[in-house]
Design a protein around this ligand. Structure first.
Ligand SMILES: [Zn+2]
Length: 478
């Protein structure tokens, strides 16, 4: 009796220790899976994936591999895709450090194993988190970050690196070098076009991918000529259905206001012209991160009541209090302006299948941020992919935009972004076929990332923890 008991205890303790201590080096076998090849759209049935030291060692029949494995994961009838990439998020808010940190597991529970942080006032903290996650000290999605972004003097965004001349540009790029950021982001709130363009040129010279907004006093083509890597937000594409050069001229000589330019982009939009411009951009290797969901949430604010949105159980009161900023900015809009927002959103969404067809790379990103009203972390990427599908993109194209396109864009496709032998095992097990309906990405049965497997129970536990943390933080601030 005693003997049995101690043996049980030994197994219990040893087992516990083993899982904790060697999770990184465990051997796993995920078997009877339907593996989705995101490169081709082929589905390989009844295969097993052998994972050793976080790497996909073999993809073969269960019979051949079953003896080598330590821990088996039965994925019968399920679909396996690479972990999702949200290629545009902001981890922001100087007073939201704990709030943001608590959301990292929520990303994983939504199948998002990699994010690209497009700069914020928390840039330095995000860089720290990036390294801690890479070192296995903190559990969360792999982070690529711009750290802080380049802007002009007195921009509306907090934490920008504000520059006025080329000397300051050099200083700030030196600073970004020292931070070891993963790409350079530039926005146009107060930064003038000529210095913006110079920033692109200089950052490219240093080997960075350079992304950002598009200033009114530059054309998209000006940026493309200098090797601009990606346009953040598909809203800028509407300019391509117009005469960009004359708009730029009007802005520069003062005969055109920004508001009038925006109106023209919408009202004089020529679809054929835009389609032609998309193939020019494809040839120049300029990608686009559409971020439809943010524009949609704002455009339909008067029709959709967000009071009971389920995701709010993960967001602290302090986090959500930031949502008022944009709501306040829109408070005085006329019915005409409201309608214009909706028309604009619809026209932007309609561009996606044309953009896809042109050969331009679409990288999926949500633009979730504390300042982006009702663009919830993690959940909004899933909504974004649904909007892609509603726009007419095919499920495979959408899946590519949220997996391998991100990996290729960040120059990591050799090691991640698809399920292939030799790559890092970073994958999501789904209950349904995402190639039939992209919404299958929300029916998750398990996630394998950072050398660990999280089954449905473990994922639910992460979500449960996040709601507890939210309640705790709210309470501590009462
Ligand atoms: Zn953004």
């Amino acid at each position: 009796m005693f003997h049995q008991k101690s043996k049980f205890l030994f197994i219990l303790l040893f087992g516990f220790f083993y899982i904790n201590a060697t999770a990184q080096n465990q051997t796993f076998l995920i078997h009877h899976a339907k593996i989705v090849d995101v490169k081709t759209g082929n589905i390989t049935k009844k295969r097993a994936i052998l994972i050793e030291n976080q790497t996909i060692k073999s993809i073969d029949s269960y019979k051949k591999l079953k003896k080598q494995s330590f821990k088996k994961i039965d994925a019968k009838g399920k679909y396996i895709i690479p972990g999702l990439w949200d290629m545009h998020i902001h981890i922001e808010g100087q007073d939201l450090v704990e709030d943001n940190k608590a959301l990292f597991p929520v990303f994983l529970a939504h199948g998002i194993t990699t994010v690209r942080d497009a700069a914020s006032d928390l840039g330095l903290q995000v860089l720290k988190w990036r390294d801690e996650i890479n070192e296995g000290k903190l559990l969360g999605p792999t982070i690529y970050t711009a750290g802080r972004k380049l802007e002009g003097l007195n921009s509306i965004w907090k934490g920008d690196l504000e520059i006025e001349n080329e000397e300051q540009l050099t200083q700030m790029l030196d600073y970004l070098d020292s931070l070891k950021v993963d790409f350079v982001k530039i926005t146009e709130n107060t930064l003038k076009g000529d210095l913006f363009l110079k920033s692109v040129i200089e950052a490219k010279k240093r080997g960075y991918k350079v992304t950002g907004h598009v200033p009114y006093d530059l054309t998209i083509n000006d940026l493309a000529e200098e090797g601009f890597s990606a346009i953040e937000h598909a809203s800028y594409l509407l300019r391509l259905g117009n005469d960009e050069i004359s708009s730029k001229k009007g802005i520069l000589d003062g005969t055109l206001t920004k508001a009038q330019a925006e109106k023209d982009f919408l009202q004089n939009f020529d679809q054929e012209k835009a389609i032609k411009a998309y193939s020019d951009l494809a040839n120049k290797n300029v990608a686009v991160c559409p971020t439809l969901i943010g524009g949609k949430q704002l455009a339909y604010l008067d029709e959709n009541d967000h009071k009971n949105d389920d995701f709010q159980k993960y967001l602290t009161k302090r986090f959500m209090s930031n949502y008022q900023w944009r709501i306040g900015r829109m408070a005085n809009e006329t019915p005409e302006q409201k309608q214009q927002r909706k028309d604009r959103y619809q026209l932007i969404a309609k561009q996606l299948p044309y953009v896809q067809k042109s050969g331009m790379t679409i990288i999926a990103g949500s633009d979730c941020a504390a300042l982006n009203t009702f663009v919830y972390p993690a959940a909004s990427l899933i909504e974004e992919l649904d909007l892609f599908q509603k726009s007419g993109m095919k499920p495979l194209e959408i899946l590519q935009s949220a997996t391998l396109n991100g990996a290729k864009f960040m120059g990591k496709f050799e090691t991640v972004g698809s399920i292939d032998i030799g790559k890092i095992a970073d994958l999501v097990i789904l209950e349904e076929n995402p190639l039939e309906d992209i919404n299958a990405v929300s029916k998750i049965s398990g996630v394998f990332t950072k050398g660990k497997y999280f089954n449905k129970t473990a994922l639910n536990q992460m979500l449960e923890e996040a709601t507890k943390k939210k309640a705790e933080l709210d309470k501590s601030r009462e």
